[in-house]
Design a binder for this molecule. Structure first.
Ligand SMILES: Cc1cc2nc3c(=O)[nH]c(=O)nc-3n(C[C@H](O)[C@H](O)[C@H](O)COP(=O)(O)OP(=O)(O)OC[C@H]3O[C@@H](n4cnc5c(N)ncnc54)[C@H](O)[C@@H]3O)c2cc1C
Length: 435
C-alpha cells in the first residue's frame, strides 16, 4: 500500500490549502471536487473582510499552484463513490463524471460556448445571469476546461444540434464519454466539503422569490463584482436602477429554534463588508443592517464595524424583522420590524432593495459522506470533532476535517485549520503516537 497518499474531499479554500501543505510535505494528494472547478465559495466573493482584499486575487494563485503542483492530482467534476478499509489503508473509489470533453485537447478557446444555442441560469452567478449548456463556470476556473451540462445539451437530451462538435477545431467534444472510476489506496482522508446556503424562499416572511428586489448575500457579492452580472454596478433587479437605500437582514434562518439554532458566524462581518463596498460603489446610498447581536470577535473586526458606522454612516438597527413585502408594484420593499431593548417598538420602513443573510448549512452531502467514512456528524449536521484539543480530528481515525465542514468559520480560520490538518496528517502517516 502506498503509505504517503491523502485524499482531500472538497476544493474550496480549506481543501486547497490543506492540499498545498500536504503536497509540500511530499505526500501525493488527490483532491476530489464535485463542481467543474476548484475554488469553492471564495471564488464567488468580491472582496474579503476585514481588509477588503480582492478575493480572487488571493485565491487564484493558490488554485493554480494546486493544479500545477507535482504532488497534486485534481479530480474535478468528481465525487467519492465508496470508501472501504480503515486507517492506515483506505480503499477509495472516485467517480469522475463525464464532461463529454476530451480535456487533453480542450483549450477553452470559447468558440463552442459562443455558438451553443442553449442558455440556463448560471450557478456561479447565482441565477443572476445565464450560461450556455457547454460552459466554463467562471473565467478563472481551474482546470480551464469546458464542461457539457448533460441535462440541458440538445445533443445529449434530444440528439439534435451538434454545433459544438462542428465548431471545435481541437476535436475535443465527445458525446459518447462515460463516467470513469479511479481506485486508489490512501493513508488519510481530509473532509473539506464546506457549506450550502439555506434556501430562504422556505421562509416567505422574508420576501425572497416574492419581491423582485429581495436578493441573497451571495447574489449581492456577484452584483458587487466587476466580473459579475452587472459589471460591478450597484443595481436592483426589478428595473436595473441604483438603489437609494438598501437593507441587510441578518440571521435569516440562523439562531432560530424553528430552523437552525446555531450562529452562521460570518454574516455580521460580511454584511458590514458588503455595506462598505456598496457605499464605495454608490456614495449616496443609505444603508441599514437589521441584526440580533453584533458578533465581531476576530482581529480587527470591531474596528471594521466602527468604520462602517462612523466613516460610511451605516445604520445598525438591533431588531427582529417581522415581514418584508412588495412596496410599489414590482419595485422596492416594505420592511416591518420590531426594535429591541427597553424602548422597543414596531416600525415599517421602505427600501429600494433588501439583502438577506441566509443560514449557512452543512453541505447536503454530509449524511452520505459520514456514512461512507464511518464518522459522526454533530447535532447541527457538521462533522463532529471529538473534543476541543483535537479540532481537526473526526470520530474516525485517519479522517480529518477543516474549514466549514467542521462548523461555521471564516476564511482565515479555514486556512489555519487546513494547515493544522496537514500537520496532523503528517503526524499520523509518520506513525507518531497521536495524543
Ligand atoms: C455571502 C458570503 C460572504 C462571505 N464573505 C467572507 C469574507 O469576506 N471573509 C471571510 O473570511 N469569509 C467570508 N465568507 C465565508 C467563506 O465563504 C467561508 O469561510 C469559506 O468559503 C469556507 O471555505 P471551505 O473551503 O471550507 O468551504 P467552501 O468554500 O464551501 O468550499 C467547499 C468545496 O467543496 C466542494 N464540495 C461540496 N461537497 C462535496 C462533495 N461531496 N464532494 C466533493 N466536493 C464537494 C464544493 O463544491 C466546494 O468547492 C462569506 C460567506 C458568504 C456566504
Amino acid at each position: 500500500m502506498d503509505k504517503n497518499r491523502v485524499v482531500v474531499i472538497g476544493g474550496g479554500i480549506a481543501g486547497i490549502q490543506a492540499s498545498l501543505d500536504l503536497a509540500d510535505r511530499g505526500y501525493e494528494v488527490h483532491v476530489v471536487e464535485k463542481s467543474p472547478s476548484i475554488g469553492g465559495h471564495m471564488a464567488q466573493l468580491d472582496k474579503t473582510f476585514p481588509t477588503n482584499d480582492c478575493s480572487l486575487c488571493i485565491l487564484s494563485p493558490k488554485m493554480i499552484s494546486c493544479a500545477d503542483h507535482d504532488n497534486v492530482v485534481l479530480h474535478t467534476y468528481s465525487e467519492l463513490d465508496s470508501v472501504d478499509g480503515a486507517y492506515p489503508d483506505f480503499k477509495v473509489r472516485i467517480r469522475e463524471k463525464a464532461r463529454f470533453i476530451n480535456t487533453d485537447r480542450c483549450t477553452a478557446c470559447g468558440d463552442c460556448i459562443a455558438k451553443c444555442p442553449v442558455k440556463v441560469p448560471s450557478e456561479f452567478e447565482e441565477g443572476l445571469s445565464k450560461r450556455k449548456a457547454i460552459y466554463l463556470p467562471f473565467p478563472q476556473a481551474v482546470p480551464r476546461k469546458v464542461t457539457i451540462d448533460k441535462d440541458h445539451c440538445r445533443m445529449l437530451t434530444k440528439e439534435k444540434c451538434g454545433v459544438c462538435k462542428k465548431i471545435c477545431q481541437a476535436g475535443a467534444i465527445d458525446y459518447e464519454q462515460e463516467d470513469r472510476i479511479v481506485e486508489l489506496s490512501a493513508s488519510a482522508v481530509v473532509v473539506a466539503n464546506g457549506f450550502d446556503l439555506m434556501d430562504a424562499t422556505s421562509m416567505p416572511q422574508f420576501g425572497l422569490g416574492i419581491c423582485k428586489d429581495v436578493i441573497t448575500s451571495i447574489q449581492f457579492e456577484r452584483i458587487l463584482s466587476a466580473s459579475g452580472p452587472t459589471n460591478g454596478h450597484l443595481q436592483r433587479p426589478s428595473d436595473a436602477t441604483e438603489p437609494r437605500n438598501l437593507g441587510f437582514v441578518q440571521c435569516v434562518g440562523s439562531r432560530d429554534a424553528k430552523t437552525h439554532n446555531y450562529c452562521s458566524s460570518v454574516c455580521c462581518m460580511y454584511a458590514t463588508k458588503e455595506s462598505i463596498l456598496a457605499r464605495e460603489h454608490a456614495p449616496d446610498v443609505d444603508i441599514a443592517i437589521f441584526y440580533m447581536d453584533m458578533r465581531a470577535t476576530g482581529k480587527g473586526f470591531q474596528e471594521f464595524v466602527s468604520r462602517a458606522k462612523e466613516t460610511y454612516g451605516v445604520r445598525y438597527i438591533r431588531s427582529r424583522p417581522a415581514k418584508i413585502q412588495p412596496a410599489n408594484g414590482d419595485s422596492g420593499v416594505l420592511m416591518s420590524y420590531e426594535t429591541r431593548g427597553l424602548d422597543g417598538e414596531s416600525k415599517t420602513e421602505e427600501f429600494d432593495m433588501m439583502v438577506l443573510c441566509p443560514a449557512l448549512l452543512p453541505s447536503g452531502d454530509n449524511a452520505r459522506l459520514a456514512e461512507m467514512l464511518g464518522v459522526e456528524l454533530d447535532d447541527d449536521g457538521f462533522f463532529r470533532t471529538p473534543d476541543l484539543i483535537h479540532p481537526v480530528d473526526t470520530t474516525g481515525r485517519g479522517i480529518l476535517v477543516c474549514g466549514f465542514a467542521s462548523g461555521p468559520i471564516d476564511i482565515p480560520d479555514s486556512v489555519s485549520q487546513a494547515s493544522a490538518v496537514a500537520a496532523r496528517a503528517a503526524e499520523l502517516i509518520e506513525g507518531g503516537e497521536l495524543r
